[in-house]
Design a protein around this ligand. Structure first.
Ligand code: SF4
Ligand code: SF4
Length: 169
């Protein structure tokens, strides 16, 4: 059987990836969105549901002929990587989802958390981070096209209710 590695020019030696926690709230999605603003970063969800960050960065030991220059002393992880079950040779190497841009992740986060929850949390967390009122932040985000009128208006209503309660006292 021919060696598949000769044709693919060391694809598996050009990146590394490690598992990250699955995000389950706005704040955790924001951390991953930040990763994705960096060059050569992507995030994917494997078929089993585990999340991984991938860093495209060629191993320094891959030589110009796409061979491992420290083959006899290569790390264990390289030894355990089987060329009959890699991204080139396995038909089963797909991802559930892959995010190459922050926008792709935001779309997924909005879908997963629900549009309204996502936007409310955006207002809440960003207002807190900047130390301003949520109403003020909602106005800014609406102006920037990041939240809907519905969420903006619901913020206004909350503000009115609070003011009313104060006057009644
Ligand atoms: S193990 Fe797979 S991905 Fe790695 S060099 Fe060989 S064919 Fe390419
Ligand atoms: S040590 Fe060798 S086998 Fe391992 S990633 Fe680097 S070039 Fe590839």
């Amino acid at each position: 059987m021919s060696n598949p590695c000769k044709k693919c020019k060391g694809l598996c030696c050009r990146y590394f990836c490690f598992e990250i926690d699955e995000p389950d709230d706005y704040e955790e999605f924001e951390d991953i969105r930040w990763y994705l603003y960096h060059e050569a970063i992507s995030v994917h969800i494997e078929e089993e549901g585990d999340w991984f960050i991938q860093i495209e960065n060629r191993c320094k030991m891959l030589d110009n002929e796409y061979q491992c220059s420290i083959y006899d002393d290569r790390p264990l992880i390289c030894r355990n990587y089987a060329d009959e079950d890699c991204e080139i040779t396995s038909a089963d190497y797909g991802y559930q989802e892959e995010f190459k841009t922050p926008e792709q992740l935001t779309e997924y986060a909005r879908k997963t958390l629900g549009e309204e929850t996502y936007e409310r949390e955006m207002v809440r967390h960003r207002a807190k981070a900047e130390g301003i009122a949520r109403r003020e932040m909602a106005k800014r985000l609406f102006k920037a096209g990041l939240i809907t009128e519905g969420v903006l208006k619901s913020r206004k209503k909350t503000g009115k209710k609070k003011r009313k309660k104060k006057t009644e006292r």
